[in-house]
Design a protein around this ligand. Sequence first.
Ligand code: ATP
Length: 306
Amino acid sequence: MIQLYQPLNFMGMVYREIKQAVIDIEKMFSVLSRHPEIKDVPGATPLIVTSGNVRFDDVQFAYDPERPILKGLSFEVPAGKTVAIVGPSGAGKSTISRLLFRLYDVSSGRIMIDGQDIRQVTQASLRASIGMVPQDTVLFNDTIRYNIRYGRWDATDAEVEEAARLAQIDPFIRMSPKGYETQVGERGLKLSGGEKQRVAIARTVLKAPPILVLDEATSALDSHTEHEIQEALERVSRNRTSLVIAHRLSTIVGADEIIVLDQGKIAERGTHAVLLASGGLYASMWNRQREAQEARERLARIADDN
Ligand code: ATP
């Protein structure tokens, strides 16, 4: 028996190591293959985050030189505050988050974190300081516990569960047949967009970065899920510098500043109340989204009644 057990055990270990390597390689290629031109400058030093102040200084950017996307963007996310970027589809919102993570370099202008130009620091230190909750979260064909622990491999089980509680996904996990050991992915539990995003939030809680970038999923959510995500976000972003790329305006009403981007330029900026009162682009987006949400809820009620 022992003769059989040892090779099997060894194969299991090798399998786990290979799987880990595959994930790391995937992660590496997802960054490297797309943007080989991004390199550390000779003598780059690690980013030193003191308070977590983020500043965009007259940033211009184009994926294709013929077609400018960001046309001289200046704004600041003061340390510990939340700034939301909203605007029509294609305005350049997600591009802002990609530039801050330095997946691309700005065409002109600069992005500073605590007074350091992000092109002058090591990419590893930059990315370690920023927690990115992307639009589409990649889940691995493994347990839900493994998927959350991806935020920080040395996290204990208790830390993983605490992160899930903060991200408001813990009750959902506990309802699953095997709790945290439930398999997710193709042959396991399928998670909705909102649930996946909460897994990403839980990962970020474990990583505990000083700067948070949330690129909200475009898909419409029911108001209950939306409320849960909003609450999770508020908890995670408390006392952290947060940049939220928002598609649903209802998730960012409490932001310290809302920047309305239109065709790569800032069209309006202010708090929710100020922007609503001014009756401009933000106010019309808000009214449209509210009507759409009300219509969705009416349909859901009719479906429930039948
Ligand atoms: P949405 O609300 O639809 O997500 P957005 O405001 O976030 O839109 P971005 O994703 O920043 O918009 O894209 C801005 C523009 O840049 C779009 O016109 C898009 O087609 C273009 N774009 C985005 N990524 C690339 C890329 N890798 N190469 C070339 N063009 C791109």
